[in-house]
Design a protein around this ligand. Structure first.
Ligand code: LLP
Length: 414
């Protein structure tokens, strides 16, 4: 459920007309709903109420300070993958004690930064990383709390670019090397083992692959404990999918119930790292139609947002619904919705039936909260979009639209 709905033919975010935001802030603009963010987090959190747990929101999905602060105030922890994401949390005035640090390429300075700020744990993805982390921690007179991320070789049945738990993927410690890796960890002076972690992929739309991974992880926790390792955390990653078109992903409640049923006997603390399911349907990208153009083969609707603002259609062939903000009378037409960037991959929709629109009209790219702004760039020297957070009948600009001066900041003529 989300808080984007039509009233008298006009699209609203909560109690604010999207057209009013476009008038005040311009386009392209990302618009997020605070009520939707709150609801998505709360539903997930309450579904786990019966067991010790922490939901560590995956910052990469939508790292705006206002969103981090809103979720942090609700009790979220955070899954980060860089020093920059920790810096964002600090900038949002949030504590770092519930942070888990994932990623296959952490550098020594990043490790030191995380240790300095006292994060909850590192999700370590290789034996080599374990060795470096031990050195960095020991040199600071610390022991780094660690969960090992293992790769269970489970097919998440999702887009190949976002499948992470297959043995061909770069992520995690290969399943067959998990036990020796834990033995190594227990011998290293700068490491304190606290748990076990996996993340098999993103935009999963069925429970099967999750539960296959959970069963494997449960077995591994039992084996590790039998060998004397102290495993108090079981981190099952993120990956729960959302509805972009007609997908019917598991409800967080059903997902949580199934996980609790399988893990309760272990008495572990469950950690999750959801990103998309919290923010995906809590955001839209607001854009304006610039031109229409017909060729013999196609009818193009050219808009003022582009692949630099949201790269998901170009990169993954991703589907996002597109709706006019204000409806006009007339029949739908089959169109391509494209941006101004100089690439044929710069499209939001191809051969899509779209309600009638004319130059000057506003369109909303739906389900754009996750991996929208966070993957945006300045390609074609386009300043990045503004971001707006709606709360009830008020809206706040939570990131200014970039200026031309922002585009060249730090550059100079040699
Ligand atoms: N934990 C880890 C270790 C991850 O790598 C990810 C996402 C998550 C959690 C959060 O996954 P989520 O709950 O959002 O599925 N840019 C792509 C998605 C990339 C996902 C990367 N890792 C897209 O736009 O679909």
């Amino acid at each position: 459920m989300n808080h984007f709905e039509r009233r008298d033919g006009q699209l609203y975010c909560e109690d604010v007309a999207l057209a009013d935001i476009a008038r005040a802030v311009g386009t392209p603009t990302y618009v997020y709903s605070a009520a939707t963010l709150t609801r998505h987090f709360t539903v997930f959190d309450e579904a786990l109420a019966a067991v010790p747990h922490r939901i560590c929101y995956s910052v990469k999905a939508l790292p705006n300070l206002a969103v981090l602060r809103l979720l942090g105030d609700l009790g979220a922890g955070f899954d980060v993958v860089s020093q920059g994401e920790i810096y964002r949390l600090l900038s949002a005035g949030l504590p770092t004690k519930h942070v888990v640090f994932s990623g296959v390429g952490k550098t020594a300075p990043e490790m030191a930064f995380a240790l300095e700020h006292g994060i909850h744990s590192f999700n370590v993805e290789s034996e080599a990383e374990l060795g470096l982390l031990s050195e960095v921690a020991a040199s600071r007179g610390q022991r780094a709390p660690v969960s090992l991320r293992v790769n269970p070789d489970v097919d998440p049945q999702t887009h190949p670019y976002i499948a992470t738990g297959l043995k061909q993927s770069k992520f995690g410690i290969p399943w067959g090397r998990a036990l020796p890796a834990y033995d190594l960890a227990s011998r290293l002076p700068g490491i304190e083992v606290v748990g076990l972690d996996c993340h098999i992929g993103s935009q999963l739309t069925s429970l099967g692959p999750f539960l296959e991974a959970v069963d494997l992880m449960v077995g591994l926790v039992e084996t590790l404990r039998a060998q004397g390792h102290r495993i108090t955390d079981l981190d099952l990653g993120g990956g729960l999918g959302i509805t972009y078109a007609d997908e019917a992903p598991p409800h967080p409640k059903d997902f949580a119930e199934a996980v609790i049923q399988r893990t309760r006997h272990l008495g572990v603390r469950l950690l999750f790292e959801p990103g998309r399911v919290i923010v995906g349907n809590a955001g839209v990208l607001l854009m304006r139609v610039l031109y229409e153009k017909a060729s013999d083969a196609r009818h193009f609707v050219i808009v003022d947002a582009a692949m630099n603002d949201s790269i998901r259609p170009a990169l993954y062939g991703a589907f996002h619904r597109i709706q006019p903000v204000v409806l006009r009378p007339g029949d739908s037409r089959v169109v391509d919705v494209v941006g101004p960037v100089c690439e044929s991959g710069d499209f939001f929709a191809k051969e899509r039936a779209l309600e009638p629109v004319a130059p000057g009209d506003l369109l909303a790219l739906m389900s754009a909260g996750a991996y929208g702004f966070s993957m945006s760039s300045n390609y074609n020297s386009r300043p990045r979009a503004a971001e707006v957070l709606v709360r009830g009948d008020r809206f706040h600009v939570v990131r200014d639209r970039e200026t031309l001066a922002d585009l060249t900041r730090g550059e100079r003529v040699a």
